[in-house]
Ligand binder design. Structure first.
Ligand code: NAI
Ligand code: MG
Length: 495
């Protein structure tokens, strides 16, 4: 009997399902060429869930080969755009049917609260539907130059796209990347993060069930330095999209430059300012500050990790925020009431606690939290540092955990200068009742997103991406289609 490369898994919330553990290449789950596997951990218990096959260079080659064939020949390249759209709609419907299992897997593997995982799956489905709608609305232009010529442009797919995603929102990141790539007619080799391979493999099984031709989407599990690097360097991959750390983003750009100059889009880190003015609705603003930093355990590229409060309301906000942070339910990710689950891995857990030490050594004041919660699983108490100064590392470096830094500001000029004093530029927010203040701040803050009286207001239809070292290119919205198409100009001599 042929190996199936699936395993029966029972999730602690009672959900039982078939987990693919192979590499998904050419619509089949297969073993890695050298048989290597790696362990998948449940961060809420630190216990093993299963082992999955690990892709190395030769497996990346096989996936790229499948994607190349699918792109160049066969049903995919000849498929009408509206039929590509139909497949994407069908995939979204299947995901909806499988929402309970997808969200349970996501929680099991990442440690995130189940309520958040359900929201993630909803957003992932919405993203696929959004790009399904674009599939037959992508077209070129006719350009008038002179009576003797006829010119037109075609917006063509790029080819095989390498997509490297992180562990904080595995399903959303998968769909942000695969959605626009498929709507525009590309094929894909996607590598999940080594901390969280399970939901991507399950989604791969739904892609097969949907009826996508073999090789259109290939999903591999593996480590960054091996499989990720092989994607970034691959001569037959013509575009790479990456979400993760700035340091790896740099290495991907270098690899692209050193190999075939593949097109690169990067969505990297941030240290985003969340700003409260004296005239804000304080109760609501505190709610958004809390959500801004503690949502998904602070493991959000856009996290509002620098909170700037105007002098007139500083003491009031600090007191209210402390109270609010202490109300967050931290614990069992499968409990519906939980807001904050476990951090994703031991490495991230230790890194975050190190930053808590750094903040204390630098002289900032912890007003709440500051330590591990419990003795089992990677749980950290929501932590708030007050009186943080601009020179402190906790004000400058991305912590990527439930740790917030608060500081005071005088006026708009002062806070714009502080907000922009960063190497990053991903997101930001202002809380004010004054429209002029909101518009002026939105104009002057150097970041890809500015939210007003809300936070983490990311939406699949609205472009998202970074200024400065937070990356380049925009995901979501119509903008993302540009990442996956190139323009061909055809000029015909009519004389
Ligand atoms: P990372 O950047 O190492 O990992 C993200 C993805 O890149 C994973 O799939 C990983 O396997 C892959 N990768 C790693 N090294 C690679 C290489 N040399 N070539 C190609 N791919 C490679 O991030 P990590 O270590 O998991 O987290 C470290 C920090 O990165 C976090 O504390 C956070 O500050 C930041 N980060 C930012 C994310 C975002 O959403 N922008 C997501 C995850 C991490
Ligand atoms: Mg895991």
């Amino acid at each position: 009997m042929a190996q199936s490369y699936h395993e029966k898994i029972k999730i602690p919330n009672g959900v039982e399902y078939d987990q693919p553990v192979g590499l998904f290449i050419n619509n089949e789950f297969v073993a890695s060429k050298d048989g290597a596997k790696f362990e998948v951990i449940n961060p809420a218990t630190e216990k093993s869930i299963t082992h999955v096959y690990e892709a190395k260079e030769a497996d990346v080659d096989a996936a790229v080969e499948a994607a190349t064939l699918a792109f160049e020949s066969g049903p995919w390249s000849r498929m009408a755009p509206h039929d590509r759209g139909r497949l994407l709609y069908k995939l979204a419907d299947l995901m909806e049917e499988h929402l309970p299992v997808l969200s349970s897997i996501e929680t099991y593997d990442t440690g995130k609260a189940i309520a958040i995982a359900r929201g993630d799956v909803g957003a992932a489905i919405a993203t696929i539907r959004y790009y399904a709608g674009w599939a037959d609305k992508i077209h070129g232009k006719v350009v008038d130059t002179d009576a003797g010529s006829f010119n037109y442009t075609i917006q063509e797919p790029i080819g095989v796209c390498g997509q490297i995603v992180p562990w904080n929102f595995p399903l959303i990141m998968f769909c942000w990347k695969v959605g626009p790539a498929l709507a525009t007619g590309n094929t894909v080799v996607l590598k999940s993060a080594e901390q969280t391979p399970l939901s991507s493999l399950y989604l791969a099984s739904l892609i097969k069930q949907t009826g996508f031709p073999p090789g259109v989407v290939n999903v591999i599990s593996g480590f960054g330095a091996i499989a990720g690097a092989a994607i970034a360097e691959h001569p037959k991959i013509h575009k790479v999209a990456f979400t993760g750390s700035t340091v790896v983003g740099r290495s991907i750009m270098r690899a692209a430059a050193n190999s075939n100059l593949k097109k690169v889009t990067l969505e990297l880190g941030g240290k985003s300012p969340n700003i409260i003015f004296n005239d804000a609705d304080i109760e609501k603003a505190v709610e958004w500050v809390n959500f801004g930093i503690f949502f998904n355990g602070g493991q959000v590229c856009a996290a509002g990790s620098r909170v700037y409060v105007q002098e007139g309301v500083y003491d009031k906000v600090v007191a209210a925020f402390k109270k609010r942070a202490e109300m967050n339910v931290v614990g069992d990710p499968f409990d519906d009431a939980t807001f904050q689950g476990a951090q994703v891995s031991q490495r991230q857990f230790e890194r975050i606690l190190e930053y808590v030490d750094v903040g204390q050594t630098e002289g900032a004041t912890i007003i709440t939290g500051g330590s591990r919660q419990g003795t089992n699983g990677y749980f950290i108490k929501p932590t708030v540092f007050a009186d943080v100064t601009e020179d402190m590392r906790i004000m400058k470096e991305e912590i990527f955990g439930p740790v917030c830094a608060i500081a005071k500001f005088k006026d708009l000029d002062d806070v714009v200068a502080k907000a922009n004093a960063t190497l990053y530029g991903l997101a930001s927010a202002v809380h004010t009742r004054d429209l002029n203040t909101a518009i002026e701040a939105a104009k002057r803050i150097r970041a890809g997103s500015v939210w007003v009286n809300i936070y983490n207001a990311i939406h699949w239809a609205v472009p998202f991406g970074g200024y400065n070292e937070s990356g380049n290119g925009r995901e979501c919205g119509k903008e993302a289609l540009r990442n996956y198409t190139q323009i061909k100009s055809v000029r015909i001599n009519l004389n």
